[in-house]
Every structure is written in structure tokens, then in C-alpha cells.
Design a protein around this ligand. Structure first.
Ligand code: PLP
Length: 387
């Protein structure tokens, strides 16, 4: 019997400043989208440090991905390529718009989308690609953006794991894609409970997203006739969505954002402890970032070596029995009933994702973990693997 308290797989890191800001919002009388959501957008753009960027707060990354693709004009008859090794949100938004999802395999070293597989999947109907910075390691954006430019494809980055992550020295969010979408879901590297941010340099795209995130409401049309828009006046220019971020959520985000670099440093230290304590076990440890680059370490995903002699599910069961929470990121989309049946997918089409899925475990990873927690996980893993 294990007497230590349960060590969760993930935990948010909410401080007193976040709590005070939420209380201030509640007392202010302005609880939905207002001054704090606006300030969160400004601070987020400032964090990315690129004056040309528009940052648009939304109530989830899923909403942000949907809005970005809608604004890019994705619709019926179009194809959008993404990785099978992701959460369903990455792909489902394509179906919201009546377009088709084309899933491709991953690079077995990074578990990020395989750019060569993207190239092979392009058809005359392909309009866009959605890379995912899996676990917080940047996808090969240099190759992907070059391919997209060559073939005239739009790129929307699913950066749900990538806050903050860099590629070739530049923060994800400032690369040359059409839009980048961050998530502030409860278990992400910074959280607003539920929330997300779309960033883009494209003025027209930003404008469309702004209109569509709140019912298709626009006040711009009035400007053509008179300089002064009455406060009550608006026009509905499209059947938009209800995707705005509340000030209550933004209040959390304002302070989480200030701590983003502190959180990243803590996660990186935890990853380094894992690297040291797990060395020598029959595990494939996750790749670090390229020299000089930043990995957000949203997830710490290990894979059982082919000769480990222990099945993935047994490993997870043994860790749970030792009071340690784990997860699996992800059951690939090609194995999920909806995607498998909709596109008649077979596992042989995705050998690298399939191979990784059968062997991978996400170990506990969150900023408040201490070195003894990591040692405890490593000890339990060593026992579970019979070492
Ligand atoms: C969490 C996550 C999403 C969805 O984010 P929400 O803010 O919950 O909508 C999308 N893609 C990936 C890869 C994620 O991990």
C-alpha cells in the first residue's frame, strides 16, 4: 500500500495576484469582455514583442482555430492537412467549416508533423496546414513555411502547447504563418481556466476574427457615413459565434502571462531532473530543443524502448498504484472512431504515430513539482520496469 499523497499529472499554478485580480474584476461590475480582456491582448502582443502583431482573446484555442480557418475562407470542398498525433480540437474545427481533414504521420524523433508527409498529401483541394508544436517543442517550421509558400498554402499553428516556445530563435507566434493559436486551458503552461489567443500580422484576418468572435457584430460600417458612431449602433454582417473571453478569465491571464518565463524555467528544470534520474532505463526520453531554442515543456513524454519488456498500459497501472498520475498524448486521431470511420483510416498509414502511441506515457509535469517529486516518479518507473 502506498501512503504518500497522490502526485497528479498536472496542476495549475494560481497565485495570490491572480486571485486578487479576479476578486477586483468581480467587484468592478464588469465581468464579461471589457478592459481586462483588452489589456490581456495588449500584454500578450507585448510579450511576443512584435509590434506588427494583432492578439485576439477568445474563450478557447478551439474557438481560435475555428475563427482563424473561417477568416482564411476555408469551406466545403477544401482540404486541410494536419497531424494524426494531436488532440481532436486541432482537426474538428476543419469539419465545423465543412472542409475535409487530411491526417499525416509524424517525425518519429520529435512526434511533430512530418513535413515530407505534408508535401505528399497535397492535392489541388489543399488550402491549409495546421502544425502542432507537440509537447511544447516547435515543429519544423522552417521547412513547413517554405513548403507552404512554394505551394500556396495557408498555415495556422496550433500552439496550444507552445507558450513560450521558440523556433530558430523566434517565439512561436512571431513566425511567418497566417495565424497562431494559443490555449489557456486548465492544464496548459499558462491558464485562464478556459481561454485562448489568436495572433496574426494580417490586418484583414484580425478584423474578420474580431467580428466573428462576437456574433458577427461590426460597428465599422457606420464610419462610412459619419465620424461619430452612437454607442448603441451596430450592424450584423455575418452569422458569427460567441467566442469572446470574459474579464474574469482575462484577470487570471494578466498575471499568468507575467509568470510565463518563470513557469518555463521551472518546467525546464523538471525536464532536466527527469533526464538525469531516468537515464539508463529502457525509455526513449523526449528530445530537447535545438541549440539556443526554448521548449515550453508543457508535456514530458517518455516512450518505452522496444526491448523494455513491459507494456505501456502496465507501466501506467504500476505508476498509478504508486500514487502517480500519468496520461497518454495522444490516442492518435486515426484510431478514434469518428476520424477512422469518416476517412477510412488504417494504422499502417501512420506507422510512426502508431509506434509512438503504443509506447508513450506522459509523466507528471507542472511548475510546482519539486525535485523529490521527480525522484519519486523515477523510483516508481524504475520499479515498474524491473530495474
Ligand atoms: C488543449 C489543446 C487544444 C484545445 O485547447 P482549448 O483551449 O481547450 O480549446 C487544441 N490543440 C491541442 C494540441 C491541445 O493540446
Amino acid at each position: 500500500m502506498n501512503s504518500e499523497p497522490f502526485l497528479p499529472f498536472a496542476l495549475p499554478d494560481i497565485g495570490e495576484a491572480e486571485i486578487a485580480e479576479v476578486v477586483d474584476t468581480l467587484r468592478s461590475g464588469w465581468v464579461t469582455t471589457g478592459p481586462k480582456a483588452r489589456r490581456f491582448e495588449e500584454d500578450f502582443a507585448a510579450f511576443l514583442g512584435d509590434p506588427g502583431l494583432h492578439a485576439l482573446a477568445v474563450n478557447s484555442a478551439t474557438a481560435g482555430l475555428h475563427l482563424a480557418l473561417e477568416a482564411l475562407g476555408i469551406g466545403p470542398g477544401d482540404e486541410v492537412i494536419t497531424t494524426t498525433h494531436t488532440f481532436t480540437a486541432t482537426a474538428e474545427v476543419v469539419r465545423y467549416l465543412g472542409a475535409d481533414v487530411v491526417l499525416v504521420d509524424i517525425d518519429p524523433a520529435t512526434l511533430c508533423i512530418d513535413v515530407a508527409a505534408v508535401e505528399r498529401a497535397i492535392t489541388p483541394r489543399t488550402k491549409a496546414v495546421i502544425p502542432v508544436h507537440y509537447a511544447g517543442l516547435a515543429a519544423d517550421m522552417t521547412a513547413l513555411l517554405a513548403l507552404a509558400q512554394r505551394r500556396g498554402l495557408k498555415v495556422v499553428e496550433d500552439a496550444a502547447h507552445a507558450m513560450p516556445t521558440t523556433h530558430a530563435g523566434r517565439l512561436v507566434g512571431t513566425l511567418d504563418s497566417d495565424a497562431t493559436v494559443f490555449s489557456f486551458y486548465a492544464n496548459k503552461t499558462i491558464t485562464t481556466g478556459e481561454g485562448g489567443m489568436v495572433v496574426t500580422r494580417d490586418e484583414a484576418l484580425a478584423k474578420r476574427i474580431k467580428v466573428m468572435r462576437l456574433h458577427g457584430i461590426s460597428r465599422d460600417a457606420f464610419d462610412r457615413f459619419t465620424a461619430k458612431v452612437p454607442s448603441w449602433y451596430y450592424e450584423i454582417v455575418a452569422p458569427g459565434f460567441k467566442y469572446n473571453l470574459t474579464d474574469i478569465a482575462a484577470a487570471l491571464g494578466l498575471h499568468q502571462l507575467k509568470r510565463a518565463r518563470e513557469f518555463q524555467a521551472k518546467r525546464e528544470r523538471i525536464a532536466n531532473w527527469y533526464g538525469q534520474t531516468l537515464a539508463g532505463l529502457p525509455l526513449v526520453l523526449p528530445p530537447g530543443p535545438a541549440a539556443g531554442d526554448v521548449h515550453s515543456w508543457h508535456l514530458y513524454v517518455v516512450r518505452l524502448a522496444d526491448d523494455a519488456g513491459v507494456a505501456r498500459d502496465a507501466l501506467i497501472e504500476r505508476l498509478f498504484a504508486a500514487g502517480i498520475g500519468c496520461s497518454v498524448h495522444y490516442t492518435p486521431l486515426h484510431l478514434q472512431p469518428y476520424w477512422r470511420e469518416r476517412y477510412a483510416l488504417r494504422r499502417a498509414q501512420f506507422p510512426h504515430s502508431q509506434h509512438a502511441y503504443e509506447r508513450l506515457v506522459s509523466l507528471p509535469m507542472y511548475s510546482r513539482m519539486v525535485e523529490s517529486d521527480v525522484q519519486r516518479v523515477a523510483r516508481a518507473a524504475r520499479e515498474a520496469l524491473g530495474h
